[in-house]
Design a protein around this ligand. Structure first.
Ligand code: APR
Length: 234
């Protein structure tokens, strides 16, 4: 195991699966219960805001009640103990990485525990339900609050910072993601372009599995701690 200087970790819903939060595309995934066009697009929100608010209110309550698992804990340990630079980029909107202690974290799809006012653009930490009757704490307007999450057709957050990190990394580890949604699904190609070693840790082969130099399949609570142990024992 060579010593890497700059590690970029990408995580997806599979990392939070063993914390009891649903994934999207597994057999019982969220997209088998909801049409994503109805609950994860600006058009869906415009058509039926109450349905969308309820979808995220339910997920916010679930995320607030969930605990980080051994996979999240191992990634927080890696950031703390690894002698090189570690950046975690997550597609997840739950707060489990922070709850486990990860600090250098980018939520590229936004966060359940944050509200965005569509009228004034202000963002606020938000742990309660969001409804159309609530006023924005900043502009006091009613009806503008929405979950601060990135819907299909919207631009993911912090992309410049992410691409700069991918261009400079020498190890890229993709964890618990199906590799089906861009731009995240393209990160492994960016990392390979930069000459990085690329690793997939996932329950089963992702759509992008052939792009990885190394693949280890199994549940995140097993394969992530084991891989972190390998990195830390040099
Ligand atoms: N351990 C490791 N991996 C797991 C586990 C587990 N316990 N359970 C499921 N997985 C894997 C599945 O095999 C699958 O490859 O996690 C992946 C989950 O894939 P998706 O449900 O597609 O979730 P994700 O890749 O995060 O979706 C990306 O799509 O809907 C949008 O914005 C949403 O951020 C999300 C994006």
């Amino acid at each position: 195991m060579g010593t890497f200087e700059r590690i970029v970790i990408l995580t997806g819903a599979g990392l939070s699966a063993e914390s009891g939060l649903g994934t999207f595309r597994d057999e019982d995934g969220l997209w088998t219960k909801y049409d994503l066009a109805d609950v994860a697009t600006p058009e869906g929100f415009a058509r039926n805001p109450a349905l969308v608010q309820d979808f995220y209110n339910q997920r916010r309550r679930g995320a607030a009640a969930a605990s980080p698992n051994a996979g999240h804990a191992a990634l927080a340990r890696l950031e703390k103990e690894y002698p090189g630079d570690v950046l975690t980029v997550t597609q997840n909107i739950d707060p489990l990485h922070e709850a486990a202690g990860t600090e250098r974290l980018i939520h590229m799809h936004g966060e359940l525990l944050q509200a965005l006012c569509a009228l004034c653009g202000d963002r606020h930490r938000w742990t309660e339900d969001i409804t159309a009757e609530l006023a924005c704490p900043a502009c006091a307007e009613i009806g503008g609050l929405r979950p601060d999450v990135v819907w299909f057709g919207e631009m993911p957050y912090h992309m410049e910072r992410i691409y700069a990190a991918l261009a400079a990394c020498d190890l890229f580890v993709s964890i618990g993601t199906s590799g089906t949604v861009y731009p995240a699904a393209g990160f492994v190609a960016e990392a390979r372009q930069a000459g990085a070693h690329t690793v997939e840790l996932n329950l089963e082969p992702s759509d992008g599995v052939s792009m990885f130099h190394e693949v280890i399949h199994g549940p995140a609570t097993e394969v992530v701690p084991a891989y972190v142990e390998r990195l830390l024992s040099g």
